[in-house]
Design a protein around this ligand. Structure first.
Ligand SMILES: Cc1ncc(COP(=O)(O)O)c(C=O)c1O
Length: 496
């Protein structure tokens, strides 16, 4: 990136961080530009005098920021004159938090994390997780009150009575055999995933599945494509593994790499083809073929994040990407976090056959897995048809909640605010007009007891970010949705 473009980018973003001191803003933005690969190794930073003039801040502030960046190894002073970006491709990345995001409590401990390794900092300096895990309108969570307690405990009691000593040991590599078989059969029938039980490796969820896949398939500095926008959990996992993230635009057909991006193949591509997160589109057949052909040609891997494809309220979902893959390039990551409950921490990876044993061994070596009692219950729960039955029941329940929320939106705003991705999943997006700062809306709503997430925070590149609110409806009853949306509408109205 030429320095004058960097200045433009800084200027644009500098204004949007208007709550924190100039020094912090500038430091954070330049770090971001380097860590996100906008400025490659050797790129020259603008002179301190020019940058200070352009941003309208004291030159001393720019000097201090350059000094700190130099001390931390992001830049070096050139032999002649000028400041240049260091090669950090072997280092681990460290994207700073957005100090305005009320759900990103990393902002609060920015000053206290300097003792951590780069990898540690990368992990905790821009958090996505929240301790708020219930209530209107926390996205990404099912209604745990709908969990099939009676059936689950009946199966569990039956197993406990049968001398369950085997289930109380560490799990064998890959996990408890019968659950791997049950999942393989289930995925074959509902998602057209092609696998044997040996290819199903049990994990604690999609997070762990992606973590182990990245450890086994990538080295620090490798390039990974992620969708723009994308789920923060996956983004942070990849950043903390020292990977170079390239965020690829999505359109209505899903991920849409440009010719220039095609020309620089990544090591790994992470996509959610059945239900893009958070925008909600389904990847078209043409795009799926393109992606599979490309992965075969350039020998890169694809992780298919299939986190909630069971919840479609109108059309049927397309089959999995993995089921179309003839070259063994796709790893399918799944989980019971949305279909049953997130606290169960049961998920799985379906890996190409030649990798299966290595993955099973690696998971056992790294995490020393157990949890076989839950795996055994789940195996019977699936086999006896209870999973399919439960999903049908909660799908009806979430469909009603979705309609209730859409009615609330329409009654307050008519068609003035667009609803994005409203026909599937556990959340929808209420788009806000350009210029409305969604992070501030989230902050104000939170003060009134309503939890939402800002769409803009899901973008790596803030200049592409759309303004909007992710509203989870699955975890809240219509009786909870109505008053909560009245409150949220009042907040939104103060910004329109
Ligand atoms: C797109 C996406 N992938 C993965 C996950 C997490 O899955 P797990 O609970 O299985 O780790 C989530 C959770 O919200 C998600 O939204």
């Amino acid at each position: 990136m030429e320095s004058f473009i960097l200045s433009e980018w800084l200027l644009q973003n500098f204004k949007t961080l208007d709550d924190s001191p100039a020094y912090h803003r500038l430091y954070q933005l330049i770090c971001r530009a380097i860590l996100e690969g906008r400025m490659g190794a050797g790129a020259r930073l603008p002179s301190t005098r020019d940058l200070a003039a352009e941003l309208g801040i004291a030159r001393n502030t720019v000097l201090q920021v350059y000094d700190q960046l130099s001390e931390e190894g992001y830049v070096r002073a050139g032999v002649g004159r000028g400041t240049y970006v260091q090669d950090i491709s072997q280092d681990l990345v460290d994207p700073p938090a957005d100090p305005r995001d009320p759900l990103d409590h990393a902002a609060a401990h920015q000053d206290s994390i300097h003792d951590l390794s780069r990898r540690g900092r990368a992990l905790v300096s821009r958090l996505g997780f929240s301790n708020l895990q219930a209530g209107a309108f926390m996205p990404g969570i099912p209604d745990v009150r709908e969990f099939p307690l009676k059936i689950w405990s009946r199966i569990q009691n039956r197993l406990w009575r049968r001398e369950p000593w085997e289930l109380m040991r560490y799990a064998p590599a890959g996990g408890y055999g019968p659950v791997r078989q049950a999942i393989s059969d289930y995925l074959g029938s509902v998602r057209a995933v092609r696998s044997s039980a040996q290819q199903v490796v049990m994990t604690t969820g999609i997070h762990q599945g992606i973590d182990v896949a990245v450890r086994l398939l990538c080295d620090p500095g490798d390039t990974v494509w992620i969708e723009e926008p994308a789920y923060w959990g996956v983004r942070n996992l990849l950043l903390s593994a020292g990977l170079r993230l390239v965020s690829i635009r999505v359109d209505e057909e899903g991920i849409c790499p440009s010719d220039a991006e095609h020309a620089r193949p990544p090591r790994l591509i992470v996509v959610a083809p059945s239900h893009q997160y958070p925008l909600g589109m389904v990847m078209s057949l043409a795009r799926r073929r393109m992606l599979l052909d490309y992965a075969r040609q350039v020998s890169c891997w694809i992780i298919e994040d299939d986190y909630d494809s069971e919840f479609r309220y109108g059309s049927r979902p397309l089959a999995s990407l993995q089921g179309m893959d003839e070259s063994g390039r796709v790893l399918y990551a799944g989980s019971f976090s949305k279909t049953l409950c997130p606290g169960l921490r049961v998920g799985f990876l379906v890996v190409p056959e030649p990798l299966a044993d290595a993955f099973a061994d690696a998971v056992a070596e790294l995490y020393r897995e157990g949890n076989m009692m839950n795996h055994a219950v789940l195996a019977e729960f699936i086999r006896e048809g209870y999973l399919a039955q439960h999903i049908r029941r909660v799908r009806r329940c979430y469909a009603e909640r979705r309609i209730c929320l859409i009615e609330q939106i329409r009654s307050h705003f008519g068609d003035a605010l667009e609803i994005i991705g409203g026909d599937a999943g556990l959340h929808l997006i209420l788009a806000l007009p350009e210029g409305v700062d969604d992070i501030l809306v989230v902050r104000d709503a939170l003060q009134q007891g309503v939890v939402t997430r800002a769409l803009s925070t899901y973008y790596l590149e803030r200049t592409r970010a759309r303004s909007g609110l992710l509203l989870g409806y699955a975890g809240v009853s219509p009786e909870e949705i109505r008053p909560a949306f009245d409150t949220l509408a009042r907040v939104i109205n103060t910004y329109l």
